[in-house]
Design a binder for this molecule. Sequence first.
Ligand SMILES: N[C@@H](CCC(=O)N[C@@H](CS)C(=O)NCC(=O)O)C(=O)O
Length: 333
Amino acid sequence: MANVHRIFGSELSPYSVKVRSYFRYKKIAHEWVLRSSANQEEFQLYAKLPLIPLVVTPEGQGLQDSTPLIEHFEKLHPEPSIHPADPALGFLSALIEEYADEWGNKPMFHYRWFYEVDRQSAAERIARQMMPGLDEASVAGAVQTVSGRMVPRLKLVGSSAATKDQIEASYLRQLAILEAHFESRKYLFGARPVLGDFGLYAQLYECSTDPTPGALLREPAPRVLGWIERMLDPRNEGELESWESLRPTVFPLLRDEVGAIFLPWTSANARALGAGEKEFSLTLGDKPFTQETQKYHARSLAALRARYAAVTDKSRLDPILADARCLEPLREG
Ligand SMILES: N[C@@H](CCC(=O)N[C@@H](CS)C(=O)NCC(=O)O)C(=O)O
């Protein structure tokens, strides 16, 4: 199996299916290895952090963290590029990816672990994957173990009875915007996927496999479901569109989700972290949203701001960002 990359991942891990779709799109030879107790030693040999996905290259290098990982392979396999040639669209694609990875993960994680029916469904799938050959008598105990590990993490993503309405409203708004968007196109920016597609589809794919968010998606958002299915094995089906043609349905996503929710939230996290605070709070919609500060979000926000700063021609980008109230948070820091 010379030249074959190994992706250690899980069907229940959004960042894993995101990277797998990228490898499929680029036709990079790879083997999908379900992370389980059976490959614990091998995983530990290459992983710096106990996180999936982990890509092991044919040379034996271990790579983690989906965004830098995809950028690494994009340099080695530049065609077809996942970065639009138009610098404004190039940045907007990266902004949507960051929104999906850091905020879009909240609805996904919230629905999966907040409601009993979803907990049971996900915990059972995880238990069966992590412990291959588990006998039926042991399934219930394993489900309890997985739930016992995951449910307390709701607090880390800020999901609680007090914030559930804000998180669920964000999910439904996102679906409504995307359903209109996919009326006339195959991928986010046209006839082939961009970086933003990989991040955004991955969180929504996970939602589609869970009982509660899956039901909320299937009925009212069949076109979103069609895009999710396409993104499992994406193809280059033609050209990207211009901002003018994308604007009617991409701008609402930028304004109502990225500018109104995601950037205020991630900026507040970064500020609180800088001030050494353990928790932060901001008003989202008409209610407070409180959560523990997280280092990872602040690091990826810094990378996004650096990406914004590196855009040499901002003449078309800045007015779009300003209209969507995304500009100030990207210039901060
Ligand atoms: N920023 C990372 C996030 C990776 C991540 O959080 N992976 C989760 C699964 S989706 C994980 O491995 N969690 C460890 C655990 O559940 O024990 C990436 O983009 O790859």
